[in-house]
Write a protein that binds this ligand. Structure first.
Ligand code: ADP
Length: 252
């Protein structure tokens, strides 16, 4: 049985196709049309898996763009899909910290991937990938580069939570010759402080997994471990946990 899970996010659209023990993945920019992103994922992932769209038995779609993609058999919330995906990849995890393009979430789960509780920040760009994208641009860098460019030994204090004010703060720090590596380390710490604050309010149980596109940034992971004072597990497919969870739910 072939199933597809899609996570059409604000920044990136991810797809996972499951065919027996084979797994295929694809990620593309969502762009301005979540519906077109869904269509593209469907055709490209079928091509990659060498199957026809008509052979797909079931398709579950999640993410902010899920309502726009009408070909889905079912839509499921991101919280449930991330929980299912992480429980499959790391059954020992009880707390998930997911930081995506425009929101961050903390989810408590049981070993079967059932959601016990969750908290979400989707009101403000602070503590999200958007904050890092905008501030990386202010430093003349792409968000995919900053994880490698930080210098925690020179960490600068970033006091503004607001993305717009943080951008001005960076311009001021650069004018005072603060190193870019130090500013980046400060930005990573700012994101980590914000999400760990939310996690503490929800309650941190057992082992913690860090997922979402921002988990690709090893500087944020370092900062998160510092704030939590304990290690976090980053699944290899950290950006795909929602899409994987959707594909697994589609098998049911
Ligand atoms: P969404 O589901 O909201 O589209 P994702 O979970 O896919 O979000 O995460 C997107 C965010 O991940 C981007 O805003 C960016 O900050 C971060 N990101 C994406 N690719 C990379 C990368 N290669 N290195 C570091 N960060 C990345």
């Amino acid at each position: 049985m072939i199933s597809i899970g899609m996570d059409i996010g604000s920044v990136a659209a991810k797809g996972v196709l499951l065919n027996g023990d084979k797994q295929y993945k694809i990620v593309i920019p969502t762009g301005w049309s979540p519906r077109e992103a869904g269509e593209r994922i469907l055709s490209e992932i079928c091509k990659k898996a060498d199957c026809k769209e008509t052979q797909v038995a079931s398709m579950v779609v999640t993410g902010y763009g899920r309502v726009a993609f009408e070909k889905a058999d079912r839509t499921v919330t991101e919280i449930s899909c991330h929980a299912r995906g992480v429980a499959y990849l790391c059954p020992e995890v009880k707390t998930i910290i997911d930081v995506g393009g425009q929101d961050s979430k903390v989810i408590s789960i049981n070993p079967q991937g059932k959601v016990l509780d969750f908290a979400m920040n989707d009101k403000c760009a602070a503590g999200t990938g958007r904050f890092l994208q905008v501030t990386a641009n202010a430093l003349g860098l792409d968000v995919s580069e900053i994880g490698e460019r930080e210098d925690p030994a020179e960490q600068a204090a970033i006091n503004s939570m607001c993305t717009v004010f943080a951008e001005s703060e960076i311009i001021g720090l650069l004018a005072r010759n603060t190193s870019k590596g130090g500013i980046i380390a400060g930005l990573h710490q700012s994101v980590a402080r914000r999400v760990v604050g939310m996690a503490r309010r929800l309650g941190i149980q057992g082992k913690v997994a860090f997922t979402g596109g921002v988990a690709l940034n090893r500087g944020v992971r370092r900062a998160l471990e510092e704030e939590l004072k304990s290690p976090v597990i980053v699944p290899e497919e950290c950006q795909f946990t929602g899409a994987l969870g959707a594909a697994l739910l589609a098998l049911k």
